[in-house]
Design a protein around this ligand. Structure first.
Ligand SMILES: *[C@@H]1O[C@H](CO)[C@@H](O)[C@H](O)[C@H]1NC(C)=O
Ligand SMILES: *[C@@H]1O[C@H](CO)[C@@H](O)[C@H](O)[C@H]1NC(C)=O
Ligand SMILES: *[C@@H]1O[C@H](CO)[C@@H](O)[C@H](O)[C@H]1NC(C)=O
Ligand SMILES: *[C@@H]1O[C@H](CO)[C@@H](O)[C@H](O)[C@H]1NC(C)=O
Ligand SMILES: *[C@@H]1O[C@H](CO)[C@@H](O)[C@H](O)[C@H]1NC(C)=O
Ligand SMILES: *[C@@H]1O[C@H](CO)[C@@H](O)[C@H](O)[C@H]1NC(C)=O
Ligand SMILES: *[C@@H]1O[C@H](CO)[C@@H](O)[C@H](O)[C@H]1NC(C)=O
Ligand SMILES: *[C@@H]1O[C@H](CO)[C@@H](O)[C@H](O)[C@H]1NC(C)=O
Ligand SMILES: *[C@@H]1O[C@H](CO)[C@@H](O)[C@H](O)[C@H]1NC(C)=O
Ligand SMILES: *[C@@H]1O[C@H](CO)[C@@H](O)[C@H](O)[C@H]1NC(C)=O
Length: 790
């Protein structure tokens, strides 16, 4: 027993001894002590319990930060640093000199930083368990404390006095001084403000405490509360009011690089960890409550950089067509990646990214009243306009570059931001290509008239392809980007014609992926060899004519194959399917989208008819032949195919029946076929677009409603256009415009081709630049054409 007691006593004495030596070595840092910044040398001065440590931290290859950090957690989170704006190289040294100064010198011996204490007499330094590093005199009076010189973080037991500031760091990984300040002003006001970065002068206060009494200090107390008090200790404002036990959690309040002051907690052991507090830093509270609603500056970029957007999760993002100037510094803003809009050219190439609940307050250069449409149009045609803000008070605010103050709009005005971007970021060379010389039309008489309207293939295409830069240009086809493919290549691209997208009487379409072109998706259309014109020369000539077309409302032909019996065309892939499935499917396009689509088709047709080097009459305009790209721009497909395919009378007759309704009367009357046949088909299509209804609906309740063209005319005549629209269609609100569109359609489907407008005139009417005259009475127009038999 005695032996045991003695043994125990010895043990206790030994343990006490050990403890005291440890405490001594770890606590008082005596004069002459130093630390040197060295790779792989993690020597530091820990606090007595090891919770914090003071020393060098390697931030970049040859850059060290003299810092204090939480030493017991794997993250080793830094809470203070001496030289945030000038990292020091390897070999730099911090020393408590025998001259009683505490200095950081770089490897060459020049002073980078020093702790300036007002009085002399430093006799030791110590890293305390609170996270405070102190210089003290013999009587243990602190002459200098890191707590009095905070960087971006406060710790429990630390306080911020008048004139005290926290400076956010620059980015997550860059500790240098950033753009936001938390400050208790000398006059006692507590606020968060942005700086005129890179200067640290105050710019805009985005959070502040309004109190009648003067703030004296901000206290982060032992119980984990953060509050502002007056001089006599009255609490004026609580910044973080949820007490969280400091014995169970590590805690800190950090002004983060994004301008939010967050109170973070970290369980000290897994036993205090729970679902709400995993073993990591979690935010217990923060100010301002919603930074996305807070920063609106007259001078400065706002919460994010210039030209950027706020995402909902409070980080910054660039709008479409823009990218970060510096991906490592998202707050620096975004740059435009596209060629800016020219003030003397048409605005066709531009579109808007619609960003809901977003505003860019201040700096409007123009304000107009009207619909979303007129707002879009006004900004589109205005080369100064980079962004338009539209709200349901029908106000449109136009803004130039750079736009700023991106913020979520929480008002109930349904504010949207329309950010302009270039649809096809063409180089100037490509632009020249598209300005094609208008050459006289080619007579179609050499072709069998009816062979055009073979039921052409419907295909759904599924991805996006703008850039054609990687497509090889065969030397003999100067100015064209058509690529010649071997049959083997296409077999490989389509994995042996595995995924069929659709087929028709004269072709089958497969999905393919081009290995030679960065894995881009294509639609590979295999023409039925029996129906293709026989001569190779003719085939190649026609394909090249198709390949020379280039318009944003056409599906681009990328290449072809003409090998033995194989006649294959390779097209870009359209991600949003056909207009048919869009118009008649579950989710119908809205009125604005429908009008854009109609205008797009009209523009594509105008190009084919008048603007490309050889006139192309499509002959088979119908919603199955209009595809939608990833921005829902209408793209006409299968143009020029009519000429490629061989006359086959019997098939053609069925063909007419198959596409019944889109076919102009001259086909039946031995009249010359001109571009006006496409105008006719466009008119029928336009009615379908207006009404989201098929041209022919056998299931219609009312006999009079079976043929859309007739019904539409009746509704127009009796001023009951709303009947044409399904319930809840916003086009009802725009009935004037809708009436105009119906009238245009009526003109397009005139039986007499010469009465039909040209596509150019049609576009002018659609755009509203010319009046739409009253269409002639046409009660007879469609009776012959729309026989109900299949
Ligand atoms: C310093 O820390 C690093 C990373 O934690 C480690 O790989 C290295 O071995 C340490 N060096 C010393 C001397 O302890
Ligand atoms: C300490 O004082 C020196 C000279 O008086 C000054 O250059 C230096 O910036 C001061 N350092 C700090 C951290 O205030
Ligand atoms: C640290 O130094 C001071 C002054 O020399 C002394 O009073 C104190 O006891 C020392 N503390 C420890 C833990 O050695
Ligand atoms: C330490 O305290 C003693 C008595 O309290 C005082 O006389 C002495 O001046 C103090 N020394 C320093 C360096 O403050
Ligand atoms: C941090 O950002 C500043 C300001 O842009 C820059 O000067 C400095 O080089 C950056 N530091 C690091 C380690 O990247
Ligand atoms: C911290 O502040 C709150 C509010 O004043 C107080 O109730 C609490 O006792 C304080 N905790 C400590 C450890 O001082
Ligand atoms: C503190 O001072 C204010 C006036 O400045 C007074 O109204 C308040 O009662 C005082 N509070 C305490 C605890 O003394
Ligand atoms: C757009 O075109 C410009 C000028 O040719 C070029 O600098 C930029 O990188 C292009 N952007 C994209 C996204 O292709
Ligand atoms: C900020 O406000 C927006 C809009 O009211 C909301 O969607 C978002 O969730 C809010 N964010 C926070 C952190 O409360
Ligand atoms: C805008 O719409 C919201 C609901 O969508 C409505 O509450 C608000 O009153 C509208 N504001 C105006 C000015 O029409």
């Amino acid at each position: 027993m005695a032996f045991h007691l003695l043994y125990l006593l010895c043990f206790i004495v030994l343990a006490l001894l050990l403890c005291s030596t440890m405490a001594q070595t770890s606590k008082n840092i005596s004069l002459g002590s130093s630390l040197t910044a060295q790779n792989d040398d993690n020597s530091s001065w820990p606090s007595p319990s090891g919770k914090f440590a003071f020393g060098f931290r390697q931030i970049e290859k040859d850059g060290f930060l003299l810092a204090i950090w939480f030493d017991k957690i794997p993250e080793k989170t830094i809470v203070w640093s001496a030289n945030r704006d000038s990292l020091v190289p390897q070999g730099s040294k911090v020393e408590l000199t025998s001259g009683r100064r505490f200095v950081l010198n770089d490897a060459k011996g020049s002073q980078i930083w020093s702790a300036n204490s007002s009085s002399t007499g430093v006799s030791y330094a110590a890293m305390l368990d609170t996270g405070n590093f102190v210089l003290a005199n013999r009587n243990s009076t602190y002459l200098w404390e890191s707590f009095d010189h905070p960087t971006d973080t406060m710790l429990p037991t630390q306080s911020l006095q008048q004139s005290g500031k926290l400076f956010a760091r620059f980015t997550v990984t860059n500790y240098s001084t950033g753009r936001f300040i938390f400050s208790l002003q000398p006059d006692g006001n507590l606020m968060l403000y942005t700086t005129n970065f890179p200067q640290d002068s105050a710019n805009f206060a985005y959070w502040s405490v309004k109190n009648t009494e003067i703030g004296f200090q901000v206290i982060f107390n032992q119980s984990g509360l953060i509050y502002l008090t007056s001089e006599n200790g009255t609490i004026l404002n609580t910044i973080s009011g949820n007490p969280i036990a400091t014995q169970d959690f590590y805690q800190r309040a950090t002004l983060d690089y994004d301008g939010v002051l967050r109170h973070y907690v970290y369980p000290k052991s897994s036993s205090t960890s729970e679902e709400r507090w995993p073993m990591a830093w979690s935010t217990s509270s923060f100010i301002p409550p919603n930074i996305s609603l807070s920063i609106v500056e007259k001078v400065g970029s706002g919460g994010c950089g210039f030209n950027s957007l706020y995402r909902v999760d409070n980080t910054c993002a660039c709008p479409k067509g823009y990218s970060f100037i510096d991906p490592n510094d998202e707050l620096k803003g975004c740059k435009q990646d596209f060629v800016p809009q020219s003030c003397n050219a048409p605005a066709d190439d531009f579109d808007f990214q619609k960003v809901p609940n977003t505003n860019f307050p201040l700096l409007d250069y123009e304000q107009i009243q009207g619909s979303e449409d007129s707002c879009r149009q006004s900004c589109l045609e205005d080369c100064f306009c980079a962004v338009a803000i539209f709200n349901n008070a029908s106000k449109c605010f136009k803004k130039g570059l750079p736009f700023k103050n991106a913020m979520l709009d929480s008002s109930d005005r349904g504010t949207i931001a329309l950010v302009k971007f270039r649809k096809h970021n063409s180089t100037s060379k490509k632009k020249d290509d598209s300005i094609l010389i208008i050459v006289g039309s080619v007579l179609l008489s050499s072709l069998g008239i009816l062979n055009f309207i073979l039921p052409l293939i419907t295909y759904v295409v599924v991805s996006r392809m703008y850039s054609r830069k990687a497509v090889a240009v065969p030397p003999n086809y100067q100015g064209m980007n058509l690529k010649y493919f071997t049959y083997e290549e296409l077999k490989e691209a389509t994995r042996e014609f595995k995924e069929e997208l659709g087929h028709g009487a004269s072709a089958t379409v497969f999905k393919g992926v081009l290995a030679c072109d960065e894995g881009k998706c294509v639609a590979v259309k295999i023409l039925d060899a029996k129906q293709v014109r026989e001569s190779d020369l003719e085939f190649n000539a026609e394909v090249r004519a198709i390949g020379r077309t280039n318009h944003r409302n056409l599906v681009q032909l990328l290449g072809y194959c003409n090998e033995e019996q194989h006649r294959i065309l390779v097209y870009e892939f359209m991600s949003n399917g056909t207009l048919a499935s869009f118009l008649f499917g579950e989710t119908r396009p809205n009125w604005y989208q429908r009008r854009q689509i109609a205008l797009g088709i009209a523009r594509g047709l105008l190009y084919l008819h008048e603007e490309c080097s050889n006139q192309i009459v499509h002959c088979d305009i119908k919603p199955q032949n209009i595809l939608l790209d990833d921005s829902f721009t209408a793209r006409i497909s299968d143009f020029g195919l009519a000429k490629l395919l061989r006359l086959d009378q019997t098939r053609t007759i069925t063909g007419i029946r198959g596409t019944k309704g889109y076919v102009a009367p001259e086909w039946f009357k031995n009249l010359p076929i001109t571009a006006k046949v496409d105008v006719y088909s466009f008119g029928i299509l336009l009615l379908e677009i207006i009404c989201c209804r098929k041209k022919f609906d056998e299931e219609a309740e009312d006999q009079d409603q079976i043929i859309l063209a007739d019904w539409a005319y009746d509704c127009y005549k009796h001023k009951k256009l709303h009947l044409l629209l399904e319930k809840n269609d916003e086009a009802i609100k725009d009935v004037k415009m809708m009436e105009k569109y119906v009238m245009i359609a009526m003109w397009c489907i005139q039986e007499n081709p010469s009465l039909r407008p040209t596509m150019k005139k049609t576009i002018h009417m659609l755009e509203g630049t010319v009046e739409v005259p009253k269409p002639p009475d046409q009660s007879l127009t469609s009776s012959i054409l729309f026989d109900t038999a299949h």
